[in-house]
Ligand binder design. Sequence first.
Ligand code: 13P
Length: 255
Amino acid sequence: MRKKIVAGNWKMNMEYTAGVSLFSEVINMVRDEVRGDQEVVVCPPSIFLHSLGVLAAQQQNVNIGGQNCHQKESGAYTGEISAAMIKSVAAEYVILGHSERRQYFGETNELLAEKTNVSLKAGLKPIFCIGETLEERNSGAHFDIISAQLAEGVFHLDAESFANVVLAYEPVWAIGTGVTASPEQAQEIHAFIRKQIEERYGDAVAANTTILYGGSCNPKNAPELFAQADIDGGLIGGASLKSRDFTDIVKVFNS
Ligand code: 13P
């Protein structure tokens, strides 16, 4: 059966010492909370990955991930970080296609398909983000947008490779706004995503794919969201910067 995951996306927040403290606190606080089918993932700024990887190695079911990688395997791309580099510091995951990267860095589905390929080749599991803007939702285009993000970003993969992909539905209008999708709104889209996976790869793959919800998720709204049939955890922004809030969200699985 599919894994339940709570992943923290620190974005461009925290400095080194505070980041190491936060991660150490998280590890201590979830030590007895994470069961075999559950996983906690923290995605810090990439320059903290190595230090956090050393700490993560001490705790089963706590892993780290990058927030982005370059689409090429290596080469003359000053300032960029490759998937293999992220993997080499003990990371298991990489977030791809976050709406902030799509919006501020012009990342397209086509580019993200390349990033997905290099990540999987390096042995990283992509946490592939999809989601519509408020304008797209208001015009009724959200299902088409999500279909296209899936079709162009990840559905070129064969079933074996796709099994290593985690999806994250993050409606852009809910990110950092304090406005969460209602559990019904989120479940509707998650069920739609699972259906698309079923049509592309079949029942078994669809049933095994972890689909996270992201967008103003916090300890208060997580219980209702995670209780939905097709929501397998969360991708947490703001609330992942506070150890108590983040670990309270992790504990929702067992409450
Ligand atoms: P917030 O939880 O701050 O809304 O951010 C969600 C997000 O973008 C996680 O990737």
